[in-house]
Structures are given as C-alpha cells and as structure tokens.
Design a protein around this ligand. Structure first.
Ligand code: SF4
Ligand code: SF4
Length: 168
C-alpha cells in the first residue's frame, strides 16, 4: 500500500495559544497551490471538508477584497494574493469553519514545509502538535473520519454531512 500523509485537523485546532504570537507550521502541497500563492494543506482541507458549502456563502459576500469564490462544485477557495487579512469571513461564518490564522497577512514563508520533500516533511512533523501529522499506510476511511484530499494527503476531520441533520 502506498504511504500517505495523514493530517489531523482537530489536533491542529488544539494548539494552545496559536492565535497569538506563533503560527502553527504549515504543510504545503505544491501541486495544489499553483495559481493562488501559498496555501496550506489545512486551509485546503477545511474548505473541502469542514465547510458546509452555504448556498448564499456569507463569507464570499462579506469579503471586501473579492478574495473568496466558489468553484463549480461549490467549494470555497481563497486568492491569497487578494486577501487583506481582515478576517471578516472568519467572523461571519455561522459554523466557525475557518481557523483565523489562515488569514495572517504577512505569513512567514519559512513556516511552510513542502510535504513531498522527505526532509521538510520530517521537520513539519517535528514542529506540528504530537500526532497531528503522520505518515501512514491507509486509504480513505470515512467510518473513521479519514478522507482523501488528494493522492498524497489524507485528512482526519469531523466532516459535516447532511445525514447529520436527519439523525438529530
Ligand atoms: S480575511 Fe481575506 S478572505 Fe477573509 S474576508 Fe478578509 S480579505 Fe476576504
Ligand atoms: S460561511 Fe462558513 S460554512 Fe458557509 S460557505 Fe463560508 S466558510 Fe463555508
């Protein structure tokens, strides 16, 4: 089975004090950031898996810089080049989807690690919260809340599904 990188979003959310002085380390998956500046795997994962894809997308409407848009599948994406880090989208999101540190204006480029580079991946794992980034031999496993972001990356997240509403 091919090795993959498993990112646990819940563990990243639990970093104490991460909203303060130090940003958490960012895994960067280069093939997925081609057109829009640096984007972290966490941001891609949150927009693809945590976001509830609101039909009226208040985050898009409130953005003063036209930095957010929906792709044809309804997934939000952010143009990091346009974003001015006002965090209005974070405040208006009714589901608390976004982690506000995605939107720091002057991101420290040294804080990004290319997860497809063995050495950088090692550093990324070392700097991340314990167990938040792992190299695993697994496939997508929705029953255990593990979802595929792309062919190299798996994400563990409490993914919102419409069935959640029906069971309540
Ligand atoms: S933080 Fe960026 S993406 Fe969010 S509303 Fe402000 S400019 Fe738009
Ligand atoms: S408001 Fe929040 S949940 Fe709704 S589309 Fe925007 S990020 Fe997703």
């Amino acid at each position: 089975m091919t090795k993959k990188i498993l990112i646990d979003l819940e563990k990243f959310r639990s970093i104490p004090g991460k909203r303060g002085d130090e940003s958490p380390p960012e895994g960067l998956y280069k093939p997925s950031v081609k057109q829009n500046g640096l984007k972290s795997i966490r941001e891609l994962a949150v927009f693809n898996m945590t976001c509830r894809n609101c039909v009226d997308a208040p985050c898009v409407a409130v953005c003063p810089a036209d930095a957010l848009e929906k792709d044809p599948q309804g997934v939000i994406s952010r143009s990091t080049n346009l974003c001015v880090s006002c965090k209005s989208c974070v405040v208006i999101c009714p589901f608390g989807t976004m982690m506000s540190d995605f939107f720091e204006y002057h991101r420290d480029k040294d804080n990004y690690y290319d997860v497809l580079n063995e050495h950088e991946l090692e550093l990324f794992i070392k700097r991340s919260p314990k167990g938040a980034v792992e190299v695993v031999e697994l496939e997508e496993d929705p029953e255990n809340e593990i979802y595929s972001l792309n062919k190299h990356i798996l994400v563990r997240e409490h993914k919102w599904k419409t069935e959640n509403l029906k069971s309540n």
